[in-house]
Design a protein around this ligand. Structure first.
Ligand SMILES: Nc1ncnc2c1ncn2[C@@H]1O[C@H](COP(=O)(O)OP(=O)(O)OP(=O)(O)O)[C@@H](O)[C@H]1O
Ligand SMILES: [Mg+2]
Length: 369
């Protein structure tokens, strides 16, 4: 798959498995037949819960671990024999590990020195990197004289200085507070665009993944669940794990009661919703529906109709920009509804209020898995 000019992708992971063996313990299968292709110049994110194998995959690409089975190609070349230092890949770890006894400038120049790059070129690159991360005035500081966010930027500058073809980033923002993390997201994205280096970014934070990535691989339990753009994954999740992990969603057990071409009518206790027909699912099949809370609307309408269900508010949570309601529409089904607070005069429903819940057209999807 895709492809720099020569039809070669940056990182090609082919049916890679990893089993960890340790004495006196059951073997741990950290990765099961993982295949994915990362394009040149791409901001690619590995997203999944703790323990799903993200760091393991990164360490295999970096060369700190060897796969138990399968292959990894970097720009079309097999890499299994190559040491981490001869792979044109650099890593930024979760805890920025700057050399404490070296100045900022020496930290950034360290990799270049190892590559035997001459002093003048090194100085030039160091100052370019400092300006890239907006820290021109910090060249002579020691790491302990920097804030967490500043240290993280220097760690990035250090990893970028030798201009690797691929930069691996393992939860690099997780030690920072929320505000700083949000600011750094934008900076990282811009840095990737400016340098054109392929970024492989690891996170368990779905918001971070959605905000920065060209494409995302959602992982769970050592397997890739879905690969796609943020829009693909959010709007067209392929299974309930992805639907539930990315953002908030309502998962509803339903049955297809009729189909008219592209439209399937799905019944469940308390309502009927229409969804796009998917291949392999026909009348009387049990299915799971996914319906995002922000695609539901509350009103005082009294009559149920297609796409509208009657219920009552059982909980209300104020979240600043939004309010989340839980609306029970039957003993079996309670829906989460998210309404924006910005609109003046928007009705606020109290706990106990009788309401109707309407789904936007096209909002209900049948999950494949
Ligand atoms: N060196 C090791 N020896 C044995 N098991 C390991 C080793 N490293 C990781 N594991 C196991 O492999 C699985 C995947 O671990 P990994 O570190 O790749 O997860 P992760 O997705 O990065 O999680 P987190 O988000 O918590 O960093 C886990 O079950 C972990 O316990
Ligand atoms: Mg990890």
């Amino acid at each position: 798959m895709m492809e720099n000019g020569n039809g070669v992708c940056a990182v090609d992971i082919q049916a890679v498995e990893k089993v960890y063996h340790s004495k006196g313990r059951q073997p741990v299968q950290a990765l099961k037949k993982v295949s994915l292709s990362i394009r040149d110049n791409e901001f690619f994110t590995l997203l999944g819960p703790s323990g799903c194998g993200k760091t393991t995959l990164l360490r295999l690409i970096a060369g700190f671990e060897q796969p138990t089975a399968g292959e990894i190609l970097l720009f079309g070349n097999r890499i299994e024999g190559l040491t981490p230092y001869s792979r044109s890949v650099n890593t930024v770890f979760q805890h920025y590990s700057l050399f404490p006894h070296m100045t900022v400038a020496d930290n950034i120049g360290f990799g270049l020195k190892m590559l035997k790059i001459d002093q003048a070129t090194r100085d030039k690159t160091v100052s370019e990197m400092l300006s890239l991360v907006h820290m021109e005035d910090f060249a002579n500081r020691m790491p302990h004289q920097l804030s967490g966010g500043q240290q993280q930027r220097i760690a990035l500058a250090r990893a970028l200085a030798p201009h690797p073809k691929v930069l691996l980033l393992d939860e690099p923002l997780s030690a920072l507070d929320l505000k700083l993390r949000q600011a750094m997201r934008l900076e990282l994205k811009q840095l990737q665009e400016k340098t054109g280096i392929t970024f492989v970014f690891v996170t368990h934070d779905q918001e971070e993944a959605l905000a920065m990535s060209d494409r995302i691989a959602v992982m769970s339990n050592g397997e890739v669940q879905q690969i796609g753009t943020a829009g693909d994954i959010y709007d067209r999740p392929s299974n309930s794990f992805v639907a539930d992990f990315i953002g908030e969603t309502n998962l509803i057990d339903a049955e297809i009661t009729s189909q008219a071409g592209a439209i399937s009518n799905c019944d469940f206790p308390g309502g009927t919703l229409q969804a796009e027909t998917i291949t392999g699912r026909s009348v009387s099949d049990k299915v799971t529906l996914t319906l995002r809370p922000e695609k539901l609307r509350l009103s005082t309408a009294e009559e149920p109709e297609q796409g509208r269900m009657m219920g009552h508010v059982v909980e209300r949570v104020f979240l600043g920009t939004d309010t989340t309601y839980l609306v029970q529409i039957s003993p079996e089904v309670t829906l989460q509804v998210r309404e924006q607070n910005a609109l003046p005069g928007a009705t606020r429903f109290d706990v106990g209020a009788k309401v109707s819940v309407a789904a936007a057209d096209g909002a209900t999807r049948i999950l494949e898995g």
